[in-house]
Design a protein around this ligand. Structure first.
Ligand code: HEC
Ligand code: HEC
Length: 441
């Protein structure tokens, strides 16, 4: 107790109920001040680059597309549970972001990444509360939340689709949803029976560098713009839906609000370690349990055989953001200036290699396996990894100096896990977990 507090105590006629000094449950006042920075979750950050971010109709449309399998191309891996090699139309967003696992991948085994048409190079993160993140995806590739959805159909491991095929699907099945929200109607030439249907080939996307021109390059610039606009708008609808996937009211929030029974005794000891000896809060800070920054913790790539051999993390992801048509600074952004400000002065420097975004820890007990490559099956594995001071080999770049052996006992490791198990809030509303995709005739 501080000397100032002792003086206050002495001056008081009745000890036991100090004005201005709430019950700190065995923590010091300084510790309690720190604990109170961990919750509750506030309002979602505003995203000026998407004017449909909080549009309810866009969220309804985004949900339909989230369950839509029609834009997935041929499966390349046997035994995925999705279908047979060569089958098309078997993968939807929901395949890897499962509502039963707080929109992470319940199928992914420890040390395996997710399976779409092929093995993904990284582990599927939870989408619940993801809209609070400054940068989405493990290496922060998504400078805004609609980036991911706009690029989604062409992801080679998830869908291996292409933007023309996707645009045709939107025209065929979701024209009414689309046109009720977005001011520019879909081009009638997207109807294969239209006299000028040849303007929009059935398949095509920008060629990879060095390749010969394909159907996409043969199109007029105006028509390419029309297709890109469809990708941007549907990306914005995905974001509107994802912004509804919010979970609050975790035991830690109730504890902070004054319910001292919301954490078990073990969890309270774990909390003390989290903000003290184990110093997790140095990176996992604030109500999202993330500092919004990138760090190198040295997670070994070899622990996850289905992941890529080397993952440059932030280095690669920033490169992809800066060159992508659908970043917040680009022509499909609703506020390119704000998007530009976020990307200004960002340079590809070597120190970014091997860095990943500090993931939030809410609902962490529900979203294993853990880390960008799914290297760890359980929270106990993760805590042991930190106790050792992080990884020692098989990662790129230089490990953060904050990563050092913590010298925790087995009991302390268990307490930390118990604390992490008290970060799960209410499930998202049932209606957001329903398959609302339009069935094929
Ligand atoms: C085959 C599995 C798979 C499918 C299908 C899939 N995703 Fe993902 N998703 C992932 C993986 C893996 C990542 C991490 C990517 C990275 O870090 O580069 C991810 C990341 C994300 C993120 C960033 C979340 C965060 O916390 O950083 C969002 C948003 C997202 N996906 C939405 C979608 C949408 C929308 C679709 C459908 C268009 C979709 N996903 C389809 C596996 C998948
Ligand atoms: C130096 C910053 C830093 C410190 C300190 C730190 N973390 Fe992390 N944490 C990260 C980063 C970065 C990631 C993502 C790493 C990756 O995927 O390669 C992460 C990932 C995690 C994950 C997995 C998240 C997921 O969705 O898979 C858990 C759990 C976690 N940390 C818990 C802790 C605990 C518990 C402590 C304290 C013992 C701690 N962290 C200390 C930066 C840090």
């Amino acid at each position: 107790m501080t000397p100032r507090l002792w003086n206050a105590l002495i001056a008081l006629p009745l000890v036991g109920c100090l004005p201005g000094s709430a019950d700190t449950d065995g923590f010091t006042e300084e510790e309690m001040d720190l604990i109170e920075t961990l919750g509750p979750l506030g309002d979602l950050p505003h995203n000026p680059t998407n004017k449909y971010a909080d549009n309810d109709a866009a969220a309804v449309f985004g949900q339909r597309l989230f369950f839509e399998k029609g834009f997935a191309k041929a499966l390349t891996v046997a035994g995925s549970g999705l279908g047979n090699v060569g089958d098309t139309g078997k993968v939807a967003c929901v395949s890897c972001h499962d509502p039963a696992a707080y929109f992470s991948d319940a199928r992914s085994k420890p040390a395996m990444t997710s399976l779409g048409v092929a093995w993904t190079s990284r582990n599927s993160p939870t989408l619940v509360n993801a809209a609070y993140q400054k940068w989405g995806s493990w290496g922060g590739k998504d400078d805004n939340q609609w980036f991911q959805g706009a690029n989604g159909s062409e992801s080679s491991q998830n869908f291996a689709g292409n933007r023309l095929h996707f645009a045709h699907l939107v025209y065929r099945k979701y024209k009414a949803d689309y046109e009720a929200i977005f001011p520019t109607p879909l081009d009638p030439a997207l109807d294969p029976a239209a006299p000028d249907a040849a303007r929009f080939p059935a398949n095509g996307k920008p060629k990879s560098s060095g390749a010969a021109d394909g159907p996409w390059e043969m199109m007029t610039q105006e028509d390419r713009d029309r297709i890109n606009l469809i990708l941007a708008n549907t990306g914005k609808a995905f974001e509107a839906y994802e912004r509804k996937l919010i979970s609050k009211n975790a035991p830690i929030d109730r504890y902070i609000a004054g319910d001292r029974a919301a954490l078990s005794p073990a969890a309270k000891r774990g909390l003390a370690l989290f903000i003290g000896k184990a110093a997790c809060i140095d990176c996992h800070s604030g109500p999202t349990f993330s500092d919004g920054k990138f760090h190198n913790t040295g997670v070994p790539q070899t622990l996850a055989p289905t992941a890529v051999k080397e993952d440059p993390g932030r280095y690669e992801d920033l490169n992809r953001t800066l060159s992508n048509t659908f970043n917040g600074a680009g022509k499909y952004s609703d506020d390119p200036e704000a998007g530009m400000a976020k990307l200004a002065n960002m340079e590809l420097t070597d120190d970014l290699k091997g860095m990943f975004y500090t993931k939030g820890l809410r609902q962490i007990a529900k979203t294993g396996p853990y880390m960008h490559n799914g290297a760890f099956a359980t929270l106990a594995d993760v805590v042991r990894f930190y106790n050792w001071g992080g990884g020692t080999s098989d990662f790129l770049g230089t490990k953060d100096t904050a990563m050092r052996p913590l010298l925790l006992s087995q009991e302390e490791e268990n307490d930390l896990v118990a604390f992490l198990e008290h970060l799960t809030g209410d499930p998202v509303p049932m209606e957001l977990t329903l398959d609302t995709a339009i069935a094929d005739p």
